[in-house]
Write a protein that binds this ligand. Structure first.
Ligand code: ACM
Length: 526
């Protein structure tokens, strides 16, 4: 019975008997665990139609917080025929116990209304659980293709159902600016939509001629942040600088390096040369932007991007040459480090740490408390961890979920590295041989969902699932006892039906359904 759980818990011992939920069942909690109990009442109340009353004080399902339970984020779950007791190390642990209870009730508990008329049965026994890593992340790129707000809220629910706890929102890129900034309204008036999109990975400069856009108001984002917090998910915002900025430059041309050429929001994919200029006014502009970002997002970590910054325009720019002279730089790459460093210092003044893609480690931009997202492989992460920086492992060869899931010709828009379900499951976030002192700087790992070729929430579902279920096991479950066959069985026998009940359009294990293919749209496998 407990061998249905995904991600696999630290330990579980079944016992004889079962606990039945019925109209008399109450769900009661310590104040510190009330948020988890409220989620359970609401979610199971909808699926079962049971009232799940919050009283009496010694309710049938009880949530207690006890800091002596191994944590952080840990819980002990004891199910006997006449009661269910959750003892959690903290509110997050209580929430994960509630997620475990929903899994134990079976797939019908994942529906939004009553289909199954009971009985609702929990197996007796004891589960002890806590996550292996504290950073269990997923990046969602809402810049290349906008995800409407309700889709983001749904995605948060899906992360929480897999005990993932960081949603890294990639809010800006060359192809779109998605966050309302009160001080600079043209960022969304102009920057939030483009005239068309390249279809697939064609090399020719052709787009579909169909406008694409959308943005979140600050209240939308506050709603997403609060909704995520209730589900123990931290939303880490990313404003990518000083590259990947063409949408901002289209809105405010004075931020760019091409005063004689008016740029549009980019309708193509790839890395482009239109980076920010290095004027004081541009630094001030982005400090203002980050001020609004920290006002909306309470996350202790804020991502400044810092990836893929071509220096071609700086090489030609008198302003950039002047700045290099002033800073004593011989290489324009130093300007990349200088710009990121200015943003990091500004965020530090506001009590936040920066997260940056691993290029920031190479361009002299690394404040001691910066977190490095190791994406071009693991080397940068190893170097940063050895130097005492915290690191999140995101290698594109292993954890980019927009990359193709099989070598089959039916795989829709196959780009990047072959990344099967099994490849994701086998991923080990702590590189072999990393000394313990450095290994403790590996905060965890993060799966990336870039959306150049994922133009709808349906396509995001296909890319994310079921590989995100394998990823959940990588970052949550103990390294000992890793078992691919066991995982595949739990997935096929129990977990896919939960995803079906939630309406997730995952990739079936034997390949895409006909309507999930994209005949004729070229990819670019690596
Ligand atoms: C990245 O994939 N450019 C972080």
């Amino acid at each position: 019975m407990f061998d249905t759980l995904l991600p696999r818990p630290v330990s579980a011992q079944p016992a004889p008997g079962s606990f039945h939920l019925d109209v008399t069942t109450s769900v009661q909690a310590d104040p510190a665990a009330e948020s988890a109990a409220r989620w359970l009442r609401h979610t199971l109340g909808a699926a079962t139609g049971l009232p799940l009353s919050p009283t009496p004080a010694d309710g049938d399902i009880r949530f207690v917080v006890d800091p002596t339970v191994p944590g952080p984020e840990g819980y002990r779950l004891e199910i006997t025929p006449d009661r269910v007791v959750v003892t959690a190390s903290d509110p997050a642990g209580a929430f994960y116990a509630a997620q475990t209870l929903r899994q134990l009730l079976g797939a019908p508990a994942f529906r939004a209304s009553v289909v199954h008329r009971g009985p609702w049965v929990l197996p007796c026994g004891r589960v002890q659980d806590r996550p292996r890593f504290g950073w269990r992340g997923c990046l969602l790129d809402v810049a290349r293709h906008f995800m409407p707000k309700d889709g983001v809220l749904r995605f948060v629910d899906l992360l929480a159902a897999h005990k993932l706890n960081v949603l890294h929102l990639h809010l800006t890129d060359d192809q779109g600016w998605r966050m309302q900034i009160h001080r600079y309204p043209r960022l969304t008036e102009i920057g939030s939509w483009r005239a068309g999109s390249r279809v697939g990975a064609h090399r020719e400069l052709v787009h579909d001629g169909r406008p694409h856009g959308g943005y979140y108001t600050q209240d939308d984002l506050r709603e997403i942040v609060a909704y995520a917090a209730e589900r123990q998910v931290t939303v880490v915002p990313e404003i990518d600088v000083p590259g990947h900025c063409q949408a901002a430059i289209a809105a405010y041309p004075e931020l760019g390096n091409t005063p004689d050429e008016r740029l549009e929001v980019w309708p193509f994919w790839g890395v482009n040369e239109n980076v920010l200029n290095v004027a004081d006014a541009t630094v001030t502009f982005f400090c203002d932007v980050f001020d609004e970002v920290v006002d909306v997002f309470p996350s202790p970590v804020v991502c400044v991007g810092g990836d893929e910054v071509p220096t071609t325009q700086w090489e030609r720019s008198p302003l950039a040459r002047q700045r290099m002279a002033e800073l004593g730089l011989s290489d324009p790459a130093g300007l990349h480090g200088w710009f990121v460093g200015r943003m990091a210092a500004h965020l530090a003044d506001r009590g936040r740490r920066v997260l940056g893609w691993d290029e920031i480690g190479e361009v002299g931009a690394l404040p001691p408390d910066a977190v490095v997202a190791s994406w071009r492989g693991e080397e940068a992460g190893v170097t940063a961890a050895l130097a005492g920086h915290d690191v999140v492992m995101c290698p594109e060869q292993r954890l980019y979920l927009d990359h193709r899931q099989s070598d089959h010709p039916d795989e829709p828009v196959p780009v990047g590295y072959l990344t099967t379900l099994q490849d994701v499951y086998r991923y080990e976030p702590v590189p072999a041989g990393l000394p313990a002192e450095a290994a403790r700087h590996v905060l965890g790992a993060q799966a990336q969902i870039w959306t150049e070729h994922l133009d709808s929430p349906r396509r995001v579902d296909y890319a994310a699932f079921p590989r995100l279920a394998a990823f959940a096991e990588v970052v949550w479950s103990p390294a000992e006892g890793k078992d691919l066959t066991g995982f595949e069985q739990r997935l096929a026998r129990h977990h896919l039906s939960r995803l079906d009940a939630l309406g997730v359009e995952y990739r079936p294990l034997d390949g895409p359904r006909p309507w999930q293919t994209r005949p004729g749209v070229p990819g670019r496998p690596r």
